[in-house]
Ligand binder design. Structure first.
Ligand code: PCA
Length: 328
């Protein structure tokens, strides 16, 4: 009798295991490329999102993140998602300006310079962004900002003129244009390749947040950061539409809920960390200052020109997004 009971229990355990395996096999696995450091809050937030989906879907959909450009480099991620090579991924929205000008709306200098303003700009431009993404076969899940952008340089900067001839690391077409208008020489370099560029003298300066300087220990190469607060660009997490349509309704609901949570958590984290990053740069020996009046005036002038140029390119969708933003 005792034997029978043990063997029955063993059979039941084996059956449960088999059922579990079948469930795991029935589930889908999505690899999710990320461009930024594993310890960056965007990446940690994406990993928490992936875990939330995996758990809440009961393994029906498992999402696995790959930070620091390890699966696809930053510059490849949008195309990978669009073509279905990756079902899901994260990309800096404003790096996609050559796809459509609307993607650059959050990289226009001095249009939205605080978290509150960035939030409004996001709400005002989201319908246009979603429409363009959908026309490319991609669905927006959530977007999270970087802290305000400032100027890194190896030597002190008191006016735009000090940037003449500087080797400037750009992360999108807008930062390249900004560099040109300052008389600097831009080179596009992903954050994952930053350290090498600064260490080998390919770059001496860039616009970026305290976050990226901190992630890449920029103080080993650059000593000055000017808190220009020029704009707050955002990363977005997006999914290939075919992959999305292949999910059942329940799983789609799980993903949407996790995405909404990730968006809220990401904005809160970015805001919470913004000052902390500056403190870390200072603690590591960097000079952290506001821009001089002249530097600020020079940046403002460049910002106005860039906004004019953008409005010409962006047409009616761009104009209505800006108008909606200004009314908020
Ligand atoms: N860090 C990213 C984009 C904006 C930011 O703050 C970078 O420098 O690549």
């Amino acid at each position: 009798m005792k034997h029978l009971r043990t063997s029955l229990a063993a059979t039941a355990a084996a059956a449960a295991l088999a059922a579990g395996l079948a469930a795991a096999q029935a589930g889908e696995r999505w690899d999710m490329p990320l461009a930024y450091a594993a310890t960056n809050y965007h990446s940690e937030n994406a990993t928490a999102f992936a875990k939330a989906v995996t758990e809440a879907s009961g393994g029906e959909l498992e999402i696995v993140t790959h930070p620091s450009g390890s699966l696809f480099k930053g510059g490849e991620i949008f195309r990978a998602v669009r073509t279905g090579q990756a079902p899901i991924g994260e990309r800096l929205i404003s790096a996609l300006g050559n796809e459509n000008p609307i993607f650059e709306i959050d990289a226009l200098p001095f249009l939205a310079t605080s978290f509150d303003a960035a939030r409004k700009l996001h709400e005002a431009s989201k319908p246009a962004l979603e429409k363009v993404l959908e026309s490319k076969g991609v669905k927006l899940l959530y977007a999270v900002p970087w802290p305000p952008q400032g100027l890194y340089n190896k030597t002190p900067v008191t006016s735009g003129a000090d940037m003449k001839g500087a080797k400037f690391r750009a992360y999108n077409a807008a930062t390249s244009r900004l560099a040109e208008l300052m008389g600097a020489v831009p080179t596009k370099i992903e954050a994952a390749e930053l350290v090498q560029a600064f260490a080998t003298g390919v770059a001496d300066s860039m616009m970026s947040s305290g976050s990226t300087g901190y992630d890449r220990k920029i103080w080993e190469h650059v000593k000055y950061w000017y808190d220009v607060q020029a704009w707050l660009p955002k990363n977005m997490v997006m999914v290939n539409l075919d992959a999305w349509n292949g999910l059942n309704e329940k799983t789609q609901g799980v993903v949407l809920k996790a995405a909404a949570d990730a968006e809220a958590a990401g904005w809160a984290k970015a805001q919470e960390l913004a000052d902390w990053y500056k403190e870390q740069l200072a603690a590591n020996g960097m000079t952290i200052e506001g821009p001089s009046d002249q530097l600020r005036a020079d940046f403002l002038k460049i910002g106005e020109q860039m906004t004019r140029e953008w409005l010409e390119r962006a047409g009616d969708d761009g104009k209505s997004a800006i108008e909606a933003y200004r009314k908020m």
